[in-house]
Design a protein around this ligand. Structure first.
Ligand SMILES: Cc1ncc(C[n+]2csc(CCOP(=O)(O)OP(=O)(O)O)c2C)c(N)n1
Ligand SMILES: CC(=O)[C@@H](O)[C@H](O)COP(=O)(O)O
Ligand SMILES: [Mg+2]
Length: 641
């Protein structure tokens, strides 16, 4: 049990309106306490630590100056919102973060009126703020009030196309709205790209003391070389226009850069903006990810995502494992192939660690591309790499690939280009909850003509699927695998490519055939053992391919059994739907086959452990066993009595 920090001032804050009663110096103290409370809470839950620590002062200042929830405060991604949750009436539940029935790790409309717009995927906040600003000016729903719209967006998230689409529109509409660019020179990994270099140039030198003096009205106290700069900063605060930055070219007033940890700058700047802003304004705040907690500040990822940890040492409590993660199996296999094949290249959209490509980047920097938070661009870029004769492995989380869907259709599938999609975090992911569930990729890929879609049942199968993707050059191919560890099976030294569209039999039984697609296979096998103990001997097959289907295998299973049940870690419209279509087309249903398709239910499942989420989804071994019994017409004991 971690000792809770002493937080006398924070204890008096029940709602952001209480901040209005505090002096500026008390607000500074409050920020210190809020930081300690955030560290303490995350030490017991794990989660996104560094981003929240970097916006503690900003959070206090925004709630102190603006009138939330009437003023709409929109956190981009939402992974930095824990201090905001603590200040907005959720402190009593903050140690339930990211757990079953607990607080979400992101902003969520259903959780609080202080979360006007939910998030978890990046770069949506400026569009949302603009929407609120326009709704306000058009009269909107009565509960929209007449408040301000404020987006807080990180430098990493600012690199995405969506942010620029929104700024382009906002600069044109000229509505009063506030964007705070929280620039900590970090994404999850160090940010890459020209925008990042541009932002750094905006604060080359040491502008902070000039701004600070201007904010305090103490320009004359500065050494003379700095007085001119400070006068400019003062003008900025007064008139809110200076020329020259890209943001101004897009129609925003630009204020900054300011030190985002210095209340003496934050408070006067925000107060001035609140009083005087007319059109769109961007405040450039420089912050430190992980600020105020040494283990986070010094970590390579600045404490972006952590497990539970010891508050004193910062040492994280990781559960030991005997099996490698699917991500590491993918990464190792790809590296091995890349040694032999110089055409192989790898693409990540700001997730080099998460997708396992860090080592690939170290070994083959000229063939590895971190495109920033730019999934759309990443997909089209991969398409052209393929058209140009390379073998691109576009490694993305299932949930983030959603953002590049038109590019998958228009640039990859229609042109039948051999992009290899390595789809990580397939299925339910646990603590990140519904926003990060990899639920839809099978449905949205397998309906595209010419796509090959595979799901690995274990890590050896994943290794074979990487080999298959390397060898396959006839069009787009995707393989999906989940977050977390494999089953601990042996991985062959030289995994053989699979025959396209060929599944495999796992166990021969009779009566009912279970046809699994992906890593539910382990649960299917568990269910089969439970059934065996009850005298029911089912058949199991691993489909491997949702497209092209192994028609021979499926029709044989249908012919040899009274019932066929498909199981997958995806939403309706995926593997099971394709099997149903085949069976219908072949007239198999007319012959009386009992068919069931076990898919994710038609709900968004909130965060919990993956096992628990799959139980909620009705995809556990017990649920599979129950489905078999239902198909066989065996009434469970409890119901029979
Ligand atoms: C569309 C999308 N792609 C990728 C991610 C994964 N992701 C979450 S936070 C993050 C980094 C964001 O960097 P920044 O906006 O600078 O915030 P910071 O963490 O530095 O505070 C990334 C890449 C995401 N949430 N959404
Ligand atoms: C906020 C966000 O989108 C990422 O930080 C995500 O939480 C990472 O997930 P993994 O832990 O599965 O890499
Ligand atoms: Mg950042």
């Amino acid at each position: 049990m971690t000792d809770r920090p002493k937080t006398p001032l924070l204890d008096t804050v029940l709602a952001p309106s209480d901040l209005k009663l505090l002096s500026d110096s008390q607000l500074r103290t409050l920020a210190d306490e809020l930081r300690q409370e955030t560290i303490s809470a995350v030490s017991t839950t794990g989660g996104h630590l560094g981003a929240g620590l970097g916006v503690v002062e900003l959070t206090v200042a925004l709630h102190a100056v603006f009138d939330t929830p009437r003023d709409r405060l929109i956190w981009d991604v939402g992974h930095q919102c824990y201090p905001h949750k603590i200040l907005t009436g959720r402190r009593d539940r903050i140690r339930t973060l990211r757990q079953k029935d607990g607080l979400s790790g992101f902003t969520k409309r259903s959780e609080s009126p202080y979360d006007p717009f939910g998030a978890a995927h990046s770069s949506t906040s400026i569009s949302a703020a603009l929407g609120f600003a326009v709704a306000r000016d058009l009269g909107g729903a009565p509960d929209h009030g007449l408040g301000d719209a404020i987006a807080v967006i990180g430098d990493g998230s600012m690199s995405a196309g969506m942010a620029f689409e929104a700024m382009n529109n906002a600069g044109h509409l000229k509505k009063r709205m506030i964007v705070i660019l929280n620039d900590n020179e970090m994404s999850i990994a160090p940010p890459v790209g020209a925008l990042s270099s541009y932002l750094s140039r905006l604060y080359a030198g040491d502008p902070f003391q000039e701004f600070k003096a201007a904010a305090k009205g103490a320009v004359s106290l500065l050494p003379s070389p700095f007085q001119e700069g400070a006068r400019r900063a003062k003008e900025m605060l007064k008139g809110m226009t200076v020329g020259g930055t890209m943001f101004e070219e897009l129609g925003f007033s630009y204020l900054g850069p300011i030190d985002g940890h210095d209340m003496d700058q934050l408070l006067p700047v925000l107060r001035t903006v609140k009083e005087r802003a007319t059109g769109p304004i961007l405040i450039h705040a420089i912050t430190k990810k992980g600020k105020g907690y040494a283990p986070a500040e010094t970590a390579h990822d600045k404490g972006h995502g952590v497990s539970k940890f010891d508050m004193v040492t910062g040492k994280q409590k990781k559960t030991p494992s005997n099996a490698p993660s699917y991500t590491s199996v993918f990464a190792q296999q790809l590296l091995k192939h890349a040694e032999q094949d110089s055409k192989i290249c790898a693409i990540t959209a700001a997730m080099p660690d998460g997708t396992g490509l860090t080592q690939f980047n170290e070994r083959y920097p000229s063939r590895c591309f971190d495109v920033g938070i730019a999934e759309q661009h990443g997909v089209t870029f991969s398409a052209a790499l393929a058209a140009g004769g390379m073998k691109p492995f576009c490694a993305m989380y299932s949930t983030f690939l959603q953002r590049g869907y038109d590019q998958v259709v228009h640039d990859v599938a229609i042109q039948r280009l051999p992009v290899r999609f390595a789809i990580d975090r397939a299925g339910l992911v646990g603590a990140d909850g519904a926003t990060h569930a990899g639920a839809f990729d099978v449905a949205y890929l397998a309906n595209l003509p010419g796509f090959v879609v595979m799901a690995a049942a274990d890590e050896a199968e994943l290794a074979r699927m990487v080999a298959t993707a390397v060898a396959y050059d006839d069009g787009p191919i995707a393989f999906r695998f989940p977050r977390g560890e494999g089953v601990g099976c042996d991985i062959p030294e030289n995994p053989e490519p699979l025959e396209i569209g060929k599944g495999r039999m796992i166990r021969e039984g009779s009566g009912v055939a279970l046809l699994s697609f992906g890593t539910r296979l382990a649960e299917v096998q568990r269910a089969a053992e439970q059934l065996q103990a009850k005298g029911v001997n089912v058949t199991i097959a691993d489909a491997r391919f949702a497209k092209p289907l192994d028609q021979t295998l499926i029709l044989q299973l249908a012919a040899d059994h009274d019932a066929l049940i498909t199981i997958e870690e995806g939403a309706v419209g995926g593997f099971g739907s394709h099997v149903a279509q085949l069976l219908a087309d072949e007239g198999v249903f007319d012959e009386g086959l009992k068919y069931r398709s076990m898919v994710l239910p038609d709900i968004f499942i909130d965060q919990s452990s993956p096992d628990d989420m799959y139980a909620v989804a009705g995809l556990s071994a017990d649920a599979i066993e129950a489905k078999v019994m239902e198909v066989l017409g065996v009434v469970p004991m409890a119901q029979a009595t």
